[in-house]
Ligand binder design. Structure first.
Ligand code: NAD
Length: 291
């Protein structure tokens, strides 16, 4: 078993970006500026956003964190997005999901200027991605593609099973893996909550991307010998022995599954840091495009 180390790979990407930003500064050009909107008191969302802001600092990006109470109205949020859309100093906008139930996620995502949509969730960017055009690719699947590229894994012609069909992870992942790109060119099966005999599909997979959000769902008996397993899931489970009071579990029963894998991502330290690296890459490109 070999580890697909997202911490290591993301460090390499961040270092590359740090040098590019330093070069821009030396040339008198503006530094990339990410605006992140955090709503409410969801502990996991707050952790993700602060990790993104910290990564901006490490890489020499500017970042602006905008916090709103859970009770914010849709109208106020839309006004803030419009302000950021027209602010010439802001290159990328991210609205941390999930949103409170009274705010329509689709409306908010669609309000973001597609040129500043560094999360890649806007229908224009998703549409371009489907057609293989240059676009901002959703950060988690993009990060996974960057991780595969970092380890130079040749996945051409392999059978990939993606578990989960969300617009932010599973579905774009299935599209990217099936694209005529390097890495890419997989034959993809997209599984979801209504899939029959999921275990059989998984057993036939050379690559499994588990993105369903159910702790330790993927068991060793569902995985073929020498498979590549990418674990996207993050579930907090209570753990009194930790200072935080919880630990993170992925969608893969890591100990047992790792023994059968050729490559596997850990949780934490796999897809999570790659998601942030991909977000920074999108933000850097948004900045360069606006030169
Ligand atoms: P989601 O809830 O929007 O989607 C889950 C998908 O899994 C659905 O399409 C559903 O059909 C499918 N599913 C649910 N139960 C299933 C089952 N028993 N069998 C087969 N399919 C099933 O979740 P999401 O936003 O795509 O996130 C998935 C997981 O990834 C969550 O744990 C989330 O926290 C994590 N995540 C991690 C990162 C990261 O950076 N590491 C980023 C985004 C999401």
């Amino acid at each position: 078993m070999k580890l697909l180390d997202g911490k290591l790979a993301s460090q390499a990407i961040k270092e590359e970006l740090r040098l590019l930003v330093a070069q821009r500064v030396a040339e008198g050009k503006k530094v990339p500026h990410l605006a992140a909107i955090l709503i409410g008191n969801n502990g996991a969302s707050a952790t993700y956003v602060s990790a993104k802001v910290k990564a901006c600092e490490e890489t020499g990006f500017k970042s602006t964190l905008i916090k709103f109470e859970e009770s914010i109205t849709e109208h106020t949020l839309l006004k803030k997005i419009e302000e950021l859309n027209t602010d010439p100093d802001i290159d990328g906008i991210l609205v941390q999901l999930p949103l409170p139930a009274h705010i329509a996620e689709e409306k908010i995502i669609t309000a973001i200027d597609p040129e500043k949509d560094v999360d890649g969730f806007h229908p224009i960017n998703l549409g371009k991605m489907v057609q293989g055009q240059a676009s901002y690719i959703p950060a988690t699947p993009y990060g996974i593609m960057l991780l595969l590229a970092h380890y130079q894994l040749d996945i051409t012609g392999k059978h990939a099973v993606v578990i989960g069909r969300s617009n932010i992870v599973g579905r774009p992942m299935s599209i990217l893996l099936s694209g005529n790109t390097q890495p890419g060119n997989c034959t993809v099966t997209l599984c979801h909550s209504k899939t029959k005999d999921l275990a059989r599909h998984c057993q036939e997979a050379d690559i499994i991307v588990a993105a369903l959000g159910k702790a330790e769902f993927l068991k060793a008996e569902m995985v073929k010998q020498d498979a590549i397993v990418i674990d996207v899931g993050i579930t907090r489970v209570n753990d009194a022995s930790k200072k935080s009071g919880f630990r993170l579990l992925g969608d893969v029963a890591f100990e047992a599954v790792a023994k059968k894998c050729e490559w596997i991502t850990p949780v934490p330290g796999g897809v999570g840091p790659m998601t942030i690296a991909a977000l920074l890459k999108n933000t850097f490109h948004a900045c360069v495009k606006r030169d």
